[in-house]
Design a protein around this ligand. Structure first.
Ligand SMILES: Cc1cc2nc3c(=O)[nH]c(=O)nc-3n(C[C@H](O)[C@H](O)[C@H](O)COP(=O)(O)OP(=O)(O)OC[C@H]3O[C@@H](n4cnc5c(N)ncnc54)[C@H](O)[C@@H]3O)c2cc1C
Length: 463
């Protein structure tokens, strides 16, 4: 069997792509699309990466996930008990964001919805509500909302008013009440191409797959000899028996628009309307002096105008570490999600740097040796009421399947893990049609793990 991967960009990795760039000081480094956290609950993504590196030696743990808020509150997720619900109880008990006075005012009946999540049932109950509405109904402590928003909803690149409350509830489940791994994560210890994509590409090529980069697919039509004629831009059509559309939302929208023979009209109409999240900016700065030694590899920030997190790359990435050791500087990355549509990139870059000076004042006097910025808008949006319109892995065409983090997967997974899980499920659909065995798929339990909380939630939902 012949398998070909056609990738639009010059390198693999999508939103975790990387490419070489030469800094003003003459050093060639790898710039990437930005910091990514590989949570321990990412079972299917880890299984995929393990095919190229069974020991996952390319990942290194970060010891904590600290969060600071402009109001002076600080939270950490390391050192919590592993077992749910005690992990959530301990967080609330030790966090300054959950003052006892405000906890007493919580609407227990509404809060129970967050404590008993089942997938996909939670979407039937909460998808029509937005994340802010849910936390308001719960009377979630005001000071703790930044935790919910910064950690969960902003990581969906959306204003919480434009995010389905069900998606927020699934995140609570994945990281607290449904699993024991908590909010701790690993990161690649080299830039993404070296750590992840080059080894995975070699693995695929050893198995006989053909990988073509710089090969955008313009349209997919019915074929003459085989089921599909795939047309790469500027090249002749090639015919295949089956197709996996593993694009981002923009890519799927464009293919549905340009391919009148793809699946059925109703499916194409939904694909054309897939909503996208607002723009976001990733700024990486090579500074001429180090940040203070206690600065962590990753810091979530709440309450700032646009800054969502800061990472200090020499704490975990080999290339940045050797640049910092040689020059005595620091490599710092700033992320700003959910920016205004049509925002001014130059102005946003300046705002991010000014916010970095507030969070890490020692950077105010630092010179910027060089900088790279990526203003993009290629993440999916999960608006209230949108669950029913999400594409599934299977389509009305039995030989056409879809994968990606925008795809509906009836398991408690999100982001990179949703992309990896949907990819495995899509492959399994095709393998089963060929009479071949599929690959195992795992997730944290689909329901809350605490029988008492489940019973209480059912009681609270009674008519
Ligand atoms: C700044 C940032 C930080 C993030 N942080 C995290 C994090 O900490 N943890 C986490 O889990 N997730 C994080 N994410 C989300 C994560 O990047 C995505 O969930 C993941 O990359 C989705 O993978 P995907 O394969 O669905 O899509 P993508 O990675 O977007 O890949 C889709 C691919 O399809 C290609 N393509 C599109 N159209 C065509 C076409 N017509 N022909 C050929 N190729 C095409 C694209 O070029 C791209 O390579 C972050 C995202 C961003 C932007």
């Amino acid at each position: 069997m012949r398998t070909a991967v056609l990738e639009r960009e010059d390198g693999l990795g999508g939103r975790l792509r990387g490419w070489p760039t030469t800094l003003r000081d003459g050093t060639t480094v790898t710039m990437t699309r930005g910091f990514h956290a590989f949570f321990r609950q990412y079972y299917n993504l880890r299984a995929l990466l393990a095919r190229a590196d069974p020991g996952l030696g390319m990942l290194t743990p970060l010891p904590d996930y600290p969060l600071v808020h402009t109001a002076g509150l600080e939270d950490r997720f390391a050192g919590l008990p592993a077992a749910p619900p005690w992990n959530a109880v301990a967080l609330a008990a030790r966090s300054p964001s959950f003052p006892a006075r405000e906890l007493a005012g919580v609407n227990i009946a509404a809060a129970l919805q967050l404590l008993d999540v089942d997938v996909p049932g939670i979407y039937r109950r909460l998808d029509h509500v937005d994340a802010v509405e849910l936390l308001t109904a719960v009377r979630f402590p005001r000071s703790a909302r930044h935790l919910a928003f910064e950690v969960f909803s902003r990581s969906f690149f959306a204003d919480p008013r434009r995010l389905s409350a069900a998606e927020l509830a699934v995140m609570f489940h994945v990281y607290f009440l449904g699993s024991s791994e908590g909010l701790l994560f690993d990161v690649p210890s080299s830039p993404f191409p070296q750590a992840l994509w080059d080894p995975l590409a070699e693995h695929l090529e050893r198995l006989g797959a053909e990988i073509r980069t710089g090969a955008p697919v313009d349209r997919v039509d019915p074929g003459a000899r085989r089921r599909f004629a795939v047309r790469p831009a500027g090249g002749p059509a090639e015919e295949f028996d089956a197709v996996v559309l593993a694009t981002d939302t923009g890519g799927l929208r464009a293919l549905a628009e340009a391919s009148p023979g793809l699946a059925v009209p109703a499916w194409r109409e939904l694909a054309k309307r897939l909503p996208g999240a607002p723009p976001f900016l990733v700024s990486r700065l090579w500074l001429d002096r180090p940040v203070r030694p206690e600065r962590p590899g990753f810091l979530g920030t709440g309450g700032y105008p646009t800054l969502d997190n800061i990472s200090v790359l020499e704490r975990y990435e080999d290339q940045a570490r050797s640049w910092a050791a040689r020059t005595g500087g620091s490599v710092v990355e700033l992320h700003a999600y959910a920016l205004a549509e049509g925002c001014d990139e130059r102005a946003e870059r300046g705002r991010l740097v000014a916010q970095m000076h507030r969070v890490y004042p020692e950077t105010a006097g630092a010179g910027i040796v060089d900088e790279r910025h990526e203003l993009r808008a290629d993440c999916p949006l999960f608006p209230p009421g949108g669950f029913g319109d999400r594409p599934r892995t299977a389509t009305p065409d039995p030989w056409l399947v879809v994968a990606g983090d925008h795809v509906r997967v009836d398991l408690p997974v999100a982001l990179m893990e949703r992309a990896a899980t949907s990819g495995t499920l899509a492959a399994n659909v095709l393998l089963s049609r060929w009479g071949l065995r599929g690959h195992p798929v795992r997730s944290v339990p689909r329901r809350g793990r605490t029988a008492l909380l489940r019973a209480l939630a059912r009681w609270a939902r009674r008519p």
